[in-house]
Ligand binder design. Sequence first.
Ligand SMILES: Nc1nc2c(c(=O)[nH]1)N[C@H]1C(S)=C(S)[C@@H](COP(=O)(O)O)O[C@H]1N2
Ligand SMILES: [Mo]
Length: 514
Amino acid sequence: MDTTETQPKPMSRPISAFAGLAAGAFGLGVAEVVASTSNRLRSPIIDVGDRVVDNVPPVIKDLAIALFGTNDKLVLLLTIGVLVALLAATIGVVALRRRLSHGLIGVALFALLGVAAALAARTGTDIVATVPTLVGSTATAIALVALDCVKPDGRPADLGSDAGRRSFVLGVGTLAAAGVTVGLLGRRLTERAGRAVRDALGLPVPASPLAPVDGAAQAPSAAPFITANEDFYRIDTALEVPRVDLDTWELRVSGMVERPLRFSWEELIERPVVESDITLTCVSNTLGGDLIGTARWLGIRLDDLLADAGIVAGADQIVGRSVDGYTCGFPVDALDGRDALVAIAMNGEPLPLEHGFPARLIVPGIYGYASATKWLTEIELTTFDAFDHYWVPRGYAAEAPIKLQSRIDSPRGLDRIGAGPTVIGGVAWAQPTGISGVDVRIDDGPWQPAELAAEVNGSTWRQWSLPWVATPGRHTISVRATDANGRQQTDERVEPLPDGATGHHTIVVLVDDE
Ligand SMILES: Nc1nc2c(c(=O)[nH]1)N[C@H]1C(S)=C(S)[C@@H](COP(=O)(O)O)O[C@H]1N2
Ligand SMILES: [Mo]
């Protein structure tokens, strides 16, 4: 007897996979919308991604930065997206071709992962944080059950006409489109909520504003002295920029202090503010890299603030804690008069959301990971023995002074340039000491002193240039700097991990005949 006439014919594999994708997209879309309603909530994808970021070995992180630069986050999110899509498709096949209940168990396991990721947030366990995942996975489950009810099962009534199958595919397509639309809408809502407040914010005025940066500080063939906010490198562990509600935000000064302090935004900006030009550098910057930038920061002096709190004897570490749970830590000794700030503005604007709105730390001379907490909410006085900041258990040094370094900005490595007169230029930095000399070497020639542009202060990069008559052929150019204490930059090459790269930035240029 021919059984195909009486037994239900299973749905085709591609259609059930598509149905699984649609149900997954719908659930994730719903989760995005739920997440957009409060800054205590995050999208499940972001939650899972954040846990990956927290647990990835530092070598992999440096590799990701080296391979993808600042797109490393996008790559991670896309990878998670592809994995989720594969799983959703598999769940669709299982649910619609085999057993619905097995598919639903798949959804539940998935939800469990999201719940675990939400509960393991750096900011601590918050049951409410599981709501987007729970609502989203329920939506996916309902969608799967509905699809199972209406799926064309190949009974004789359906045979011969493809209409049933076609309308099913149409329904699935609609569901997928709804999921994607709703998800994008949720994202938009989430991002909009933060920008509006930041863009409308007024800034306090410093008692003694700085004059514009002297044009003599700019060397020819070097990067712009002040890095525009849009061009300033961004490095952080936040897959999604934390959203801070200014009305409820506060800055606490806690730990080993005589008088713990607490400021609302309004209270904080009533304090005197100062302006300072400071070059910020990332420990992950490789030789010649661009994880460095200079900005004019406006902020409250950290030494003043901590003098009000009164540091208890024995405290040797200042920890900056972010609203997203990230921490950095640097020595109390760094407060030696340098312009360490609780910064609230960057190049004349409120801090961009990506750069730490509404407040961050900026400490000249200490790599960003150990000093420059963005989305700052707490400054805790403690000891290096008692507390490891975020990157310490991940292999980076607890104490991280910025190393003396220099970079060639022009020409670029492997540039082809014409023979004849040109100018080699770049930057050198030794925050907060300052630079006293830069030398350039071409091929096997002698080290030649470069011309230094004017110094703005010891905590900014110093620009340099050297005229050169380029002769046809292949040339190697190296740079080295000397700091204001007469210390010369080492040529020993070391990798960024665990406390910053050293070595001479060296490039090769190809000079054509005219
Ligand atoms: N909250 C938070 N602050 C952070 C980080 C982070 O991951 N989270 N990264 C630090 C690192 S490693 C650097 S180099 C600087 C970079 O600051 P920028 O993105 O404004 O250039 O921010 C620091 N502050
Ligand atoms: Mo960094």
